[in-house]
Design a protein around this ligand. Structure first.
Ligand SMILES: *Cc1c(COP(=O)(O)O)cnc(C)c1O
Length: 370
């Protein structure tokens, strides 16, 4: 048996919708874009949404809209996908990495204040693996120091804190729709905000800086082509319509892993912050020091299981060694990167596939304990 790390859930509604757009002749900047943006804003609970070509381009535009440029510093998490830090570098600004919490793997708010300098302009707060970071504490620090807060919610669509969805806590937030995310448009992303001015600016920036009066040949500012096609927006609409069902399927699968693995010696299952509902993006276990993580990972992969060492710390990536001088020491993030394994998780994973993953994992641990 082979079990991939992830697999998108695509049904006839998705396929029929895409075909209709193709037959309509309206392939970009059409009615599906507006419909998708309204649907995302309504789902998250913000006034506005802007569909963009990826989560990465969404993050870039948020920082541009926030006026981030050369000489500025943006505080962010080292335990994330590289896109969060890259978007800061695209603006010529400097990412300042703050270490993470041992249990949630999210940026530790207790360390944020010490990282603030006169150059700090914003905090890019990542909700890693679908688990909300302590955004209330981060917001309080930002308010005190007059900083902009951007939520990287690319892995956390549908996650809540005390019943309120992530994406509604910062000045802007970004979601992503690559095929391994909770819902997909192939490639794609969306920015949400309550700020009308920022909303108009983002709409212009993603569309070559076109003027707000809609004149196609007037460009008011330097912009980008970061648009999402109507073909993709249609997929977004039909995927979003079943998102809560897909999230429930992912949660049920995560719960099955937890009940099978909770008491296993040598590993730790994911922990949850109180009042937070996880939007299950990946299921990440943590090896204790008695277990050789890389050997266990190899055992899983040798048996056809798409397990991944999520995530390497960004500041340890080869290209960062030249960019960050000096390279910071972030021991909690570095340790997590050496101990974590992401097990296959997707809406349609079967109980049989999960049993195979669990059985293979237990074998791999057993081999090391003999
Ligand atoms: C997926 C992801 C992004 C954006 O990725 P794209 O592939 O550009 O859509 C950004 N940040 C995090 C944490 C992500 O997981």
């Amino acid at each position: 048996m082979r079990v991939p790390q992830s697999r998108p859930h695509i049904d006839d509604d998705d396929i029929d919708g895409v075909i209709k757009v193709l037959r309509s002749g309206n392939l970009s900047l059409g009615p599906k874009q507006t419909e998708f943006e309204k649907a995302i804003a309504a789902y998250v609970g913000t006034k506005h949404a802007v569909a963009v070509s990826s989560g990465t381009t969404g993050l870039h535009l948020c920082l541009v809209a926030a006026g981030i440029g050369p000489g500025d510093e943006v505080i962010t998490s080292p335990f994330s996908f590289v896109a969060s830090a890259n978007s800061i570098l695209y603006c010529g600004a400097t990412p300042v990495f703050v270490d993470i919490e041992e249990d949630t793997l999210n940026m530790d708010p207790a360390l944020v204040e010490a990282a603030i300098t006169p150059r700090t302009k914003a905090i890019l707060a990542v909700h890693i693996f679908g688990h909300a970071c302590d955004i209330d504490a981060i917001n309080a620090i930002a308010k005190k120091h007059n900083l902009i807060v951007i939520e990287d919610a690319c892995e956390a669509l549908g996650a809540t804190i005390a019943g309120r969805k992530v994406g509604t806590h910062g000045n802007m937030a970004v979601f992503a729709f690559y095929p391994n995310k909770q819902m997909t448009t192939g490639e794609g992303g969306a920015i949400v905000t309550d700020d009308e001015k920022i909303h108009l600016l983002l709409q212009s920036l993603k569309n070559q800086g076109r003027s707000d009066d809609g004149n196609w040949l007037t460009h008011s500012r330097l912009g980008y082509n970061y648009r999402l096609t109507d073909i993709q927006c249609s997929l977004g609409i039909t995927q979003l319509a079943k998102l809560d069902t897909m999230l429930k399927m992912r949660k049920d699968a995560a719960d099955r892993y937890t009940s099978a693995l909770r008491d296993t010696i040598g590993i730790r299952t994911p922990s949850t912050r109180p009042h937070c509902a996880i939007s299950w993006f990946v299921y990440v276990i943590r090896c204790k020091p008695t277990i050789d993580r890389n050997r266990l990972l190899r055992h899983l992969m040798d048996h056809g299981i798409g397990a991944k060492p999520y995530l390497p710390s960004i500041h340890k990536q080869p290209y960062m060694q030249d960019l960050l001088k000096p390279v910071p020491r972030l021991p909690i993030s570095e340790k997590a990167s050496s101990q974590t394994i992401s097990l296959p998780l997707f809406a349609d994973i079967s109980a049989k596939e999960q049993s195979f993953v669990v059985q293979t994992l237990l074998e791999g641990i057993d081999v090391q304990r003999r």
